[in-house]
Design a protein around this ligand. Structure first.
Ligand SMILES: C[C@H](O)CC(=O)SCCNC(=O)CCNC(=O)[C@H](O)C(C)(C)COP(=O)(O)OP(=O)(O)OC[C@H]1O[C@@H](n2cnc3c(N)ncnc32)[C@H](O)[C@@H]1OP(=O)(O)O
Length: 637
């Protein structure tokens, strides 16, 4: 195995080129690490090798340590399956190698990939290569010496920024910072790297060990000041993520006690963090997100995705104009259709304002804003629909209106066109009932929340839910009362929050008497007094019904796998990714705990909380909610 994943060629110049070869990203799997150790020992031993170049095949240096190994550690709880790379390979075989080692980097060097490169005695990179240490986004810290070498190469503040943000920098910036020694055209990468390695061997260039450098760290008191500020910021920006403070502690260890001790402490903390719930959740989300692109009977039978170049949107209200904005900034032509020129103009103005907002926030340059707006066309009829790849209907929640629109677009659009509806609640079968191309109908739901969309939408959605799932809704008069009191969310400045330009929305206390009235009407106050619930119970009373609904979706086979719902909850509901998504979290809490509480609440508050059959069976039998249906008899429920 190791021979395939790592190759070595020794040229007439005496340079051994060791290449990682494991497409698509040259991840450092356990056999690859073994292969690297083997090749480095061989190159060190061989008398015909004067210097070494380390590179990656296929246009990418390395995407870092193999994340699948983390998953195995999580499944088994056995952290000893992770090989010692930090000392054995990076310090002993590379950094302390008796022959100079130069990294030739192109494409990307992330995580463990960049850490290998930092262990080399120089780094030569091609343009636009991504360099980063994204380990914190996986719930761990860099574990191959990155917490020690990066500060020594680019300075403490920048290194902290790179690690805590988990965002890569480009090789151009890397060159300015000193992380990269030379930036050369792609065609010259290997040639220059070989020569650089020979120059070091023959003492024409310095032989630098990153871990031994101190020139960019500054004094201990300066370093402590920088670390103190970083700790305070991390407390605010990442209060629930232990890896941020842990990373700063390990950096400090190396500054106080020297780089080598820092590396040892890093390895210890890394192994503790890899078993944390945060790492379990984040690693799950990383792998689950990639799994969403694998659809049985679609991607595995060779079907290729079709490009979407032009999309029509029906309805230029808040929703339609928001969707149009997202599409034009992604370089997709948009045809926006409205029923009259007054509404159309309003929609276009909203899109222009959205784009101006993105420019003001620095998310879009003026050039890109102009380009985006040039991709938008407002229309009042269907003529422009003749060559669209997709239509997204974003009109009010009204079944006859949506059915009429779908009949019209079926005639106006090409056969391949996807017919999407932005409905929140209406059954897609009902929307497509009157057309022939039912196999082209999909739901493409966008929603931001009540204050933003306006309470009219919330009322319409509530009515549809009540019709479709009468036994699954909690009947609350709150939204109607808000409307009666002249409130309509952000739209008229009277929502749950107060919206002031330039500042974060603040809770509006004048909404409290209306909430109180709603409570009285709902009769959920035994003895006329609000019930007393802990913060934990509030959280569970909100999220367990979501878990229950996820169980119904799983039972009905609407998603291919439970982890698709995790990704939907993270991307669509802002469910914290460090908790792994809604089903993953429910399994962490325990299906039985979810079931028992829902059952108890359903006896007090009614059917809204009634556990579904799927949840009940899995809870009773002790089967995780995420286990595939085939492994459990509940698939027949
Ligand atoms: C000890 C060390 O300090 C610890 C570490 O190194 S932890 C790892 C640090 N590295 C990372 O976090 C990088 C993670 N990877 C990425 O961000 C992106 O995959 C990427 C920027 C490298 C490439 O992105 P992109 O081109 O869009 O391709 P993407 O679909 O994400 O990945 C291609 C395939 O490579 C896999 N892959 C990418 N990086 C991987 C890694 N580090 N380990 C294992 N598999 C990896 C993906 O799972 C995907 O597999 P699939 O084809 O079976 O779905």
């Amino acid at each position: 195995m190791s021979q395939i994943r790592v190759t070595m060629e020794v040229g007439n110049d005496g340079v051994a080129v060791i290449a990682i070869s494991d497409p698509p990203v040259n991840a450092l799997a356990i056999p690859t690490i073994a292969g690297l150790k083997e090749k480095f020992h061989e190159a060190t031993r061989r008398s015909d090798v004067k210097a070494i170049v380390l590179t990656g095949k296929g246009g990418r240096f390395s995407g870092g340590f193999d994340i699948n190994v983390f998953q195995k550690v999580h499944e088994t709880g056995d952290v000893s399956i992770m090989p010692d790379v930090s000392i054995d390979l990076v310090v002993n075989a590379i950094e302390d190698c008796k022959k100079p080692v130069v990294a030739a980097v192109e494409g990307l060097a992330l995580g463990g990939g960049l850490e290998l490169a930092m262990g080399c005695h120089a780094r030569i990179a091609a343009p636009r290569a991504q360099l980063g240490l994204p380990e914190l986004s996986l719930g761990v810290i860099p574990g191959f010496g990155g917490t020690q070498r990066l500060p020594r190469l680019v300075g403490l503040s920048k290194a902290i920024e790179i690690m805590l943000s988990s965002k890569p920098i480009m090789s151009e910036e890397g060159k300015k910072l000193g992380l990269i020694d030379a930036l050369v055209p792609f065609e010259e990468l290997l040639k220059v790297s070989r020569k650089w390695a020979l120059d070091i061997a023959e003492r024409r260039k310095p032989w630098l060990r990153s871990l031994h450098r101190t020139d960019k760290i500054g004094s201990l008191s300066e370093a402590r000041k920088v670390l103190k500020i970083a700790r305070q910021q991390a407390k605010k920006t990442a209060p629930n993520l232990p890896q941020h403070q842990a990373c700063l502690d390990v950096i400090e260890e190396g500054i106080v006690h020297g780089g080598y001790n820092g590396v040892l402490q890093e390895a210890k903390v890394f192994k503790e963090l890899v078993l944390s719930d945060t790492a379990k959740g984040l690693v799950h989300v990383f792998l689950a997100q990639r799994a969403t692109s694998k659809v049985p009977n679609v991607t595995d039978v060779g079907l290729k995705p079709r490009q979407t170049k032009k999309v029509a949107i029906i309805g230029g209200g808040l929703m339609g104009s928001g969707i149009a904005t997202a599409l034009i900034v992604s370089n997709i032509f948009v045809v926006l259709k409205e029923v009259n020129s007054e509404y159309l103009l309003k929609g276009i103005k909203m899109i222009e304002a959205n784009i101006r907002g993105l420019v003001a926030k620095g998310k879009l340059t003026n050039d890109k804003a102009e380009k985006a707006l040039s991709m938008l066309k407002g229309v009042l009829d269907y003529t422009e629909f003749k060559d669209v790849d997709m239509v997204i209907e974003a009109v009010v929640e009204n079944v006859p209106l949506k059915q009429k629109i779908f009949s019209e677009i079926e005639k106006a659009c090409p056969r391949h066109c996807i017919l999407a509806t932005n409905t929140s609640t209406i059954d897609l079968n009902l929307i497509g009932e009157k057309i022939k191309s039912q196999d082209h109908v999909i739901g493409a739901h966008f929603f931001r929340l009540q204050d933003l969309a306006g309470y009219g939408v919330a009322l319409a959605v509530g009515k549809e839910y009540a019709k479709a799932f009468p036994d699954r809704i909690f009947k609350s008069p709150l939204v109607e009362l808000l409307v009666k009191n002249g409130r309509n969310g952000k739209n008229n400045g009277k929502g749950y929050y107060i919206y002031e330009k330039g500042s974060k929305p603040k809770p509006d206390p004048s909404v409290l008497p209306i909430i109180e009235e709603s409570r009285q009407l709902t009769k959920i106050m035994p003895g006329g007094k609000p019930i007393s619930v802990t913060d934990k119970e509030i959280l569970e009373m909100i999220l367990f019904p979501v878990v229950n609904e996820a169980c119904r979706v799983l039972h009905e086979g609407i998603v291919v796998r439970a982890s698709d719902l995790d990704i939907a909850s993270v991307l669509g509901m802002s469910f914290p990714s460090y908790r792994g998504g809604i089903v993953f979290w429910a399994d962490t809490v325990g299906a039985n705990h979810v079931y028992k509480n829902l059952k108890r609440w359903s006896e007090i508050y009614g059917n809204f909380y009634k556990p579904s059959k799927f949840l009940e069976e899995r809870a009773i039998k002790g089967i995780p909610l995420s286990a595939p249906a085939t492994s459990s008899p509940s698939s027949r429920l």
